[in-house]
Design a protein around this ligand. Structure first.
Ligand code: AMP
Length: 283
């Protein structure tokens, strides 16, 4: 695996590959890699001639400076995991490389309600920072396909919208959520949880699985009450939101529920200072 830190070095490796007609798959990450990230890398390797993974903890998408400071950065084990997976190129730029001359100007995109509900409401500015860095990374890598996890469902929705709106010449591949054996969605932030918090966090997937089980027989208001009651019983976790939304538009779903409507339930909670998100497709 080649490791590069600048866009020029990256292009010197990728230019000849593009000229040969080889396809480039790209997996953008913030590092602290786990099997969920590696599942994206594996899919890219299966579908492309060359796979590039980036590790960049993007300062502009953190609305909480303490969250940015505590974000884990285990660079050596990340490198090893990517090497073992068979990734071809690791792009690990500095902040200066991505924000030249300390210019932190963000893209000013209109996403309608897509960046205003759920995570958008709880993390102001997060999606402007996210789409700015994703766009910069797309410009640097110029991939044929880019791989995003459904774990960050709202992020994926916004990236798909952006790519479509600007006719960007790449395909977004949506990847399923990887979960630990007890159901908790894998996340770089899980390693920041205390053993008690980690144990309590299983309530998140368990609640989503219960919601899915009763979907079709219970009213949405009853489901919301059920989720609120479940979290009220667990003092270690604080529910931020639970929403049932249209999968494409992110508009809140109300009764009557049309059978053809794509629907997803999304949840965000705090375990102490650590924010955890998850979701489940309902229909
Ligand atoms: P992050 O490093 O958290 O920015 O995530 C990088 C990419 O990995 C994003 O597209 C995430 O959605 C994806 N990802 C993170 N966790 C998981 C997971 N448990 N399963 C699948 N994809 C994931």
């Amino acid at each position: 695996m080649k490791i590069v830190a600048t866009k020029d070095e990256l292009e010197s490796l990728l230019g000849p590959q593009r000229a040969k007609g080889n396809s480039i798959g790209f997996v953008p990450t913030m590092g602290a890699l786990h099997k969920g990230h590696i599942s994206l890398v594996n899919l890219s390797i299966a579908e492309n001639d060359i796979t590039v993974c980036s590790i960049f903890v993007n300062p502009t998408q953190f609305n909480d400076p303490a969250d940015l400071k505590r974000y884990p950065r285990p660079v050596d084990s990340d490198r090893q995991m990517l090497e073992n997976a068979g990734c071809d190129i690791l792009f690990i730029p500095s902040i200066e490389e991505m924000y030249l001359d300390n210019d932190y100007t963000l893209l000013n995109e209109d996403f309608g309600i897509l960046d205003k509900v759920m995570e958008g409401q709880s993390r102001p500015g997060h999606f402007a920072g996210m789409i700015t860095i994703v766009n910069k990374l797309f410009n640097a890598v110029k991939p044929h396909k880019a791989y995003f996890g459904n774990k960050d469902f709202q992020q994926l929705t916004i990236v798909k919208y952006f790519v479509k709106k600007h006719n960007l010449p790449l395909t977004i591949r949506e990847c399923p959520i990887s979960r630990d054996d007890d159901g908790l969605a894998m996340s770089s932030r899980n390693r920041l949880l205390s053993p008690e918090e980690r144990k309590a966090a299983t309530l998140i997937p368990n609640t989503l699985f219960s919601v899915k089980k009763t979907w079709g027989t219970a009213k949405i208001s009853d489901l919301k009450k059920f989720v609120l009651d479940e979290f009220a019983k667990e003092p270690i976790l604080k529910l931020d939101y639970f929403e049932v939304v249209n999968f494409d538009t992110l508009i809140s779903v109300t009764e009557p529920i049309l059978p053809e409507m794509p629907i997803i339930a999304c949840i965000a909670t705090f375990a102490g200072k650590i924010r955890l998100i998850d979701n489940i497709r309902l229909q």
